[in-house]
Ligand binder design. Structure first.
Ligand SMILES: [Zn+2]
Length: 494
């Protein structure tokens, strides 16, 4: 802590005591000592975006008479005024309050977190970053490719947290994202594409060295070009019911949309209805609902290297690894301390025991809401991708979302994918274009009958999950194995 930050910390702690003295049952403050973002985009080799931002400020929450008040300021000379504003907002909100918020028992902690990073991307000169992206772009060039996109995004945040219970946390967060795409029209004039995001296996370090490791990113350029040429020459996927093998670069979105969002407790309680939507899950279903087959084990995981791993959430609770779905049964949800009591009251029994450490905010001027952490699927015991293909008589393998449409309560979905490979009698055969599939969430997860082993498991990054009003774009991860579903509706009827 620098001398200046120490003075700020002192002021914040005094203000937190002041809020308790004024009758608040809880108060907290997040100081974003620094929040750097950088985004670089090359489109057809031209620099389309070189955008950077820096933010510094404080966000304050106070809980008075069971109602929240929030205020934020970038003026670190007026911290007391910021607390006063939050207190006034809470007093106003108390008059309109619905359920009385109860944070439950205090569990003060003191802690630090820093993700594993070898080379801070903000220490790498811009010229070196652009050189790297240009080399990736060069490797995507081909006479058969109409358009190319290569992009990278870097984040570095230092966040200090205090609450009225004595919790003090210092966190560094680093994120490195990369994606590339090649596009070309097919003979009907419809644009086809092949793309990928920088991914991992959940271990290693997450700085500049991750992006520049060819295994996780640049080494895939040739394959993407090759696959696009196969897609462009391919027939559309004939409609029909067949087995569906989902690779992790598609499975992450399936999990994100039909498990992750559906299990956010604020959505379950209806707080997101006017924006992101609700959930087909009701509080009383937690602990009872059969969400999928016995093969389905989903967890809010703590993975060493993922944007969904952050040490402590924005209520200062140490991040926990816990099952959401255990052998197909819904056993827990993504929640914060804030909405536990309400869920239990509405269910008429204790359905959620403790914070799911899912309170996250994207900036000092946004209040924490229930977010996905790492919503992962545990690896299974059905072997490698090759084993699963060999066991499939009539199916397709799909990868990479190109379109998605999801019921506002996440009860049904329709996905389009960049590519599909036919599987006939245990062999991967031809490529199909315009592949789609659809289903009802619970029916679909109940048809899960093969889950690949650890060799098939990948950590996929999500840099842009949107939620909240005003919107908060959050980063997270999904660790996903290869999965097979039986008898799925695929393709579009003419
Ligand atoms: Zn999302």
């Amino acid at each position: 802590m620098t001398k200046k930050t120490e003075t700020i910390a002192k002021t914040i702690k005094a203000q937190l005591s002041q809020m308790t003295a004024k009758g608040c049952s809880y108060a907290d403050a997040r100081l974003y000592d620094e929040n750097h973002n950088e985004r670089l985009i090359l489109y057809d080799g031209n620099l389309e975006s070189n955008a950077g931002s820096f933010e510094r400020g404080i966000g304050v929450r106070v809980l008075n008479q069971g109602a929240w008040g929030f205020a934020a300021t970038a003026d670190l000379g007026s911290i007391a005024a910021c607390f006063e504003q939050a207190f006034a907002n809470a007093s106003a909100a108390a008059k309109l309050r619905g359920f009385r918020v109860d944070m439950g028992p205090a569990k003060p902690v003191k802690g630090k977190y820093r993700p594993p990073v070898e080379k801070d991307p903000f220490g790498v000169p811009l010229a070196e970053k652009l050189d790297f992206l240009k080399r990736v772009d060069e490797s995507l060039k081909d006479s058969s490719i109409a358009q190319r996109l290569v992009a990278a995004n870097f984040q570095r945040r230092r966040i200090l947290f205090w609450n009225s219970e004595g919790t003090e946390i210092e966190r560094w967060l680093f994120n490195t994202f990369g994606n590339m795409m090649v596009m070309t029209p097919d003979k009907e004039g419809r644009s086809q594409r092949r793309s990928m995001e920088l991914y991992g296996n959940g271990t290693g370090t997450r700085g500049w060295e991750w992006l520049t490791d060819p295994d996780w990113f640049s080494g895939h350029a040739e394959r993407l070009k090759q696959e696009l040429s196969e897609i462009v020459a391919a027939d559309p996927l004939p409609p029909g019911k067949r087995d569906l093998i989902i690779l992790p670069a598609q499975g992450f979105l399936q999990v994100h949309e039909t498990i992750g969002h559906a299990l956010e407790l604020d959505r379950i309680l209806g707080y997101e209805l006017s924006f992101a939507g609700g959930s087909h899950v009701r509080p009383e279903m937690i602990g009872k609902l059969r969400y999928g087959s016995e093969k389905l084990n989903a967890r809010a995981g703590v993975v060493e290297n993922s944007p969904g791993t952050f040490g402590y959430d924005d209520e200062g609770t140490p991040q926990r690894d816990y099952l959401l779905i255990d052998k197909g049964i819904l056993v827990n949800v993504l929640c914060s301390r804030t909405d536990l009591a309400e869920a239990n009251a509405k269910a008429g029994r204790e359905v959620v025991k403790e914070s799911g450490t899912a309170a996250r905010a994207t900036a000092f001027y946004r209040t924490p809401i229930d977010r996905m952490t790492n919503v992962n699927i545990d690896p299974g015991e059905d072997g490698t991708l090759e084993d699963i293909i060999a066991d499939t008589e009539d199916g397709i393998i799909v990868e990479t979302p190109v379109s998605w449409s999801i019921g506002s309560n996440r009860e049904h979905f329709h996905f389009g994918t960049e590519i599909a490979w036919e599987v006939k009698d245990g062999k991967k055969t031809r490529v199909y274009k315009n592949s789609t599939y659809q289903g009802h969430t619970l029916e679909f997860w109940s048809s899960l009958d093969k889950v690949g082993d650890k060799s098939t498991w990948r950590l996929q990054q999500v840099p842009n999950c949107g939620k909240g009003e005003p919107n908060q774009l959050m980063e997270l991860g999904h660790g996903i194995p290869v999965m097979r579903f039986r008898n799925v509706q695929t393709g579009e009827k003419e």
